[in-house]
Design a binder for this molecule. Sequence first.
Ligand code: AKG
Ligand code: FE2
Length: 296
Amino acid sequence: MTTYETIVVRPLTANIGAEIEGLDLSKPLDNRQSEELYRAFLEHHVVFLRGQDMTPEQHMTAGRLFGEICGIPFVKSVEGYPEIVEIVKEAEERKTYNFGGNWHTDMTFLEEPAKASVLYGLEVPPAGGDTKFAATAAAYDALSPRMQEILESLTGIHTGGRSYGKSGKFAGSKTSTKSMQIDASDDADAEIEHPIVRVHPETGRKALYVNPNYTLRIKDLAEDESAAILNFLYAHMVRDEFTCRFQWTPGAVAIWDNRVTMHRAINDYDGARRVMHRVTIGGDRPVAAAASASAA
Ligand SMILES: O=C(O)CCC(=O)C(=O)O
Ligand SMILES: [Fe+2]
């Protein structure tokens, strides 16, 4: 673990998550502060800052510390702020599917999925509504070398169709989040290939890169073979020791690295309203472990 001089970093677990103290994201950060925040993000995969009070512009400025902002396909943005998406569940929306409620990594249905997401809690339930995060590099490290090798040779097929397609869970009258506008589209059904083990472009760590929300199957395997391996991985990746859980307070911010994490918004706050703003940072095309080994 590295040391920090301008911020206090309190890890939640050894594998994933840290609370950061000493930063006010409504003010410009100096170079050392932004370097240390970025280093904590790489080291802990998701960082949390509490008690922030940001305008949408300040939220975008904080996002740009991590790269270039991109939109979220199919999900309507905040009026006047095309780079911010509002994630809302109203108090009266009971037992419906909540946005981000299945384990996933953001936007793996794109060729160049999101690098990072900066989620800002504006209105949070008095109880419940936590977000869980899973460390996909730690999950990879815990596999046997032979299993790692087998997985490195495999390719996953991803699609946004099960969420955003014409027969996806947000389509037509099935749209559960009446507070959010989601435009279901056939475009979401495109099938995109990603390596099942990707190499982090900055840290070089290998991580599992499949998720139950957007991964459809494993390329070139029979349906039942693919399902068996994916189901094993999904159970393995969310073992307690690879996860952390963040309890939101108003003004809290979570910044996660989509290249080495999955997350899930827990839908356990019926009767309460929850409002979040998300800024998303664009990423590169995932690089396979096998490709990076032969390139090295
Ligand atoms: O609402 C949350 O806690 C997370 C929702 C989600 O999946 C996201 O913002 O990417
Ligand atoms: Fe998400």
